[in-house]
Design a protein around this ligand. Structure first.
Ligand SMILES: [Zn+2]
Length: 455
């Protein structure tokens, strides 16, 4: 079966296939801004993208997928952070890039093949802006900045249907009205920002004077350099659809004169405890905050995939408890399987669900239908392949802080022995003692594990 995915541009579910004669599938997703730790809302997008990457590899072969994800290391937020901390921009970027990589690795996300940074591609961005100036798609304003002239691109708004929105009461989209001052039209956006005092040392030469690139141009320039003028799939969170992705299309198609992206995919917002994440509500979790509560990164990944990626997902600590139990069940099941030898692939329905518009909740449903039957119909090889597609690594599953103190481990061993000798009264008394100390025992046929009790 082919992989089918919703396309945000045509609003249809379409089959993914490589378009280049070399058969290499070209996949880009917008990466993080490296000035602070990413939160779990960001990680929902990266985990969903990771499942897409895995499906592409399983479908086309690992050598036939080229995945690029950028690092935004120069913009208003990174510069502000560096100034507040009196540090060099590059130093701030290095720190948060390393943290992002560590979090991605804990969440078992495959690293992209190329991870270009905006400051490493100033030349490419300037070259692209130069072409847009020469073609009449851009102009230099009185403030020295260069803007893209939205009225020069008739297809502007095709992705976000922004023109339909503008006709409605409320007028121009506020994302655009917020920025600049010297533009000819409120919809125009900055390609090159003239140097201002608050930018400090963060300035580069250009034909239009010293300054720095606008945010949107970096993706267009880095895609062109690392994947070419036309790519097969571009993804990101739905918050990037407008204006960022609309602007990427305008820049790239005007500069290159050809189709930029053949397929667009956007994952939806994450809600936490039923509300939009915000600092003031205290529900903006980082991965570290969740592991400090005793949850494993693998449970976080699991919980982030429990909702359909194109629907809003409500994330709760309760969903992490459920994820930990589900992972414990999967570990126990894995231990019961023969290594190989079952010809029929029992886990076909997992792939069917994933290839049908990335229906991750249905894929987990299909997985557990097979796991709960527990008959000898599957082997470890096919089970591992299904877990690879979902990116669930059972070796990483145990919570990092779930190591029980020796006294508790001793009580657990005594209880297990009591249970084995069918002294259920003693086993029950020990279970209560363990629970009173904040731990619970999960029994399996062949052994047990200790986990922090739910609070
Ligand atoms: Zn981008």
């Amino acid at each position: 079966m082919a992989i089918q995915l919703f396309d945000s541009l045509t609003r249809e579910i379409r089959v993914l296939q490589p378009s280049h004669p070399d058969g290499v599938y070209r996949f880009y997703n917008c990466g993080p801004t490296v000035y602070a730790p990413a939160h779990i809302g960001n990680f929902r997008t990266f985990v969903v993208n990771d499942v897409i990457r895995r499906l592409l590899e399983l479908r086309f072969g690992a050598a036939k997928v080229r995945h690029v994800r950028n690092l935004t290391d120069v913009d208003d937020k990174t510069i502000k952070r560096a100034r507040e901390e009196n540090r060099a921009l590059a130093e701030v970027a290095r720190q948060w890039t390393a943290k992002f990589h560590a979090d991605c690795s804990a969440l078992n996300c495959l690293a992209p093949h190329v991870e270009p940074a905006a400051t490493g591609h100033i030349r490419e961005q300037v070259d692209m802006i130069d072409v847009l100036m020469k073609k009449g798609n851009a102009y230099r304003a009185a403030d020295g900045s260069v803007y893209f002239k939205v009225s020069s691109f008739s297809r502007y708004g095709a992705l976000s249907r922004v023109k339909e929105r503008e006709l409605q009461p409320g007028g121009a989209p506020k994302d655009h009205a917020a920025d600049a001052d010297e533009k000819e039209d409120v919809s125009d956006f900055a390609l090159w920002k003239a140097h201002k005092a608050e930018d400090g040392a963060n300035r580069w030469d250009s034909p239009w004077g010293e300054g720095r690139p606008g945010w949107h141009i970096e993706c267009s320039a880095m895609i062109k350099k690392h994947l070419g003028e036309t790519i097969d799939l571009h993804t990101g969170g739905v918050d990037l659809l407008f204006p960022h992705h609309e602007n990427e299309i305008a820049q790239s198609e005007c500069c290159n004169g050809t189709t930029f992206v053949r397929h667009w995919y956007h994952s939806e917002h994450l809600l936490v405890d039923g509300r939009k994440m915000s600092k003031s509500l205290g529900n903006l979790y980082t991965l570290d905050e969740l592991t400090a509560k005793g949850f494993s990164p693998m449970a976080v990944r699991y919980a982030l995939l429990m909702g359909h990626p194109r629907k809003q997902l409500n994330f709760t600590l309760e969903s992490l408890h459920a994820a930990e139990s589900a992972l414990a069940n999967l570990r126990a099941y894995r231990g019961s399987l023969p290594p190989t030898g079952v010809v029929h692939d029992a886990f076909g329905p997992v792939f069917t669900a994933l290839e049908d518009d990335l229906n991750t909740p249905a894929a987990f449903g299909a997985l557990f239908t097979i796991v709960n039957r527990r008959a000898g119909e599957a082997d470890a090889e096919s089970f591992d392949r299904a877990l690879f597609a979902l990116g669930i690594d059972l070796h990483k599953a145990a919570a990092p802080k779930a190591e029980a103190p020796p006294a508790i481990a001793g009580l657990a061993a005594k209880r297990w022995a009591a249970k084995q000798s069918k002294d259920f009264a003693a086993a029950d008394a020990l279970r209560k003692e363990i629970a009173a100390a904040g731990w619970s025992m999960l029994d399996r046929k062949d052994g047990y594990s200790l986990e922090p009790a739910r609070k």
